[in-house]
Design a protein around this ligand. Sequence first.
Ligand code: NAD
Length: 355
Amino acid sequence: MSTDKRQFNIAICGLGGMGNWHREIIQQIEDLHLVGTYDIREERQQFAREHGVTPYPSYDAMLADPKLDIVTLAVPNDLHKPLAIKAMRAGKNVVCEKPVTLSCADLSAMIDVSEATGMLFTVHQNRRWDEDYLTARKIIEEDTLGPVFRIESRVLGCRGIPGDWRQEPEHGGGMILDWGVHLFDQILQMIKEPLKTVYATVDHVTNELVDDGFYADLTFESGLIAHVEVGTSHFIGKPRWTLYGRDGSASVDWGGPEGTQGEIVCVTDRSKNDAVPIRTAAGLTKTMAPRTDDTIKKFPIPHVHSDIHDFYKNVMDAIDGLQEINVKLPEVMRVMRLMEAVKASAETKQIVPFE
Ligand code: NAD
C-alpha cells in the first residue's frame, strides 16, 4: 500500500448530461486526468473532441487502456451492472452513477465482483454534499430544536419525468430510483438508528409504467418519522426540508445561487399560552392561533459549505488506502433495500417491516 499521493487516470463512459458534468468536475481536480470518454452516440463522441477530450472508439478499447485507473459510468441505470462488472474484471476501479442498479440481487452480484477483483467500487451519491442537506443535518445534530420527532424531505417539480429512458421500467426509470435514491441515502446518513417500518404510496399522474412521484413514511426505532416525498406534477412548491422538534421547527430550502435559505423558530416560554383566537368564516380556534413574539425566538439557519470535488479526492485517497471510501457498499445496499421496501409497500398497500 502506497502512502504517497499519485496521479490517477480516469475515463467516462456515457457522455450525456451527467457524464458531461463529471467531465467538468474531473477537469478541475489536480492529480486526476481525464484520458478519454466513450458514448455510443457519435454526436457525443464529437462533443468530446470539441472539448479537447479524445474519445475511445469503444468501451472495450477504454478498458484495454493499461494507463486507465478509474472508470466513471454515467449511462442509463440498467447498464450500470454489466458495464461495472466488465470494468472491474478488466482491473479498473469504478465510480458508478446512482442508482447503482435496479435491485438488491443485481447489486449483490456487483459487490461480489468488487470483492473478487479487489477493485474499488463506489457510487456517486453526490447529494451527500448538498448544502441544504448538510444544513438540515447540522440543525438536528446540534439539538437546536430539542428532540426531533418529524423530518420532511421533499423535492417537487412540475415538468413530469424527462421524456427519455427515465420513463421506461426496463432502463430503471421512475422517481423512486431517480430521486428517491438521493433522499433515502441522505435520511439514512442523517438518522443513525434502525429503521423499523416503511409505508409508501406512488403517483402515476403522467406515467403509467413507472412512478412519477412517491410519498414514503419511514419510522425509526425512537419513533421519529421521516417523510420523504418526490413529485413531478406539483405546480406549487414546499420547502426542501421541514424539521419539527419538541422546542422548535425549521425550514431549509435549497436556495439556488444565493445559497441555502430557511428559518428556525423556537419556543422560549411554553407556559405563556394566551392566544388571540383566529376567526374564520365558520368558526374560531385558539389551538391554531400563532404564538405571540414574546414566547418565541427566530434564528437564521446555519450555513454549511461543501465542495463536491471532495467526492473524487476521496475516491483517489481510498484507492491508495489513505482514507476510508465515503460512499460505502453496505450503505448503498441499505438504500437499495429501502427502495425495494418502498415499492413493496406501495404495491401491497401495507406497512413493510424493515430492520
Ligand atoms: P443521458 O441520457 O443524458 O446520458 C446517458 C448517455 O449514455 C447518453 O449520451 C447515451 O448515448 C449514453 N449511452 C447509452 N448507452 C451507452 C453504452 N452502452 N455505452 C456508452 N454510452 C452509452 O442521461 P443522464 O441524465 O446523463 O444520466 C446518466 C446516469 O447519470 C444515470 O444513471 C442517472 O441516474 C445519473 N444521473 C445522476 C445525477 C446525479 O446528480 N448524481 C444526475 C443526473 C443523472
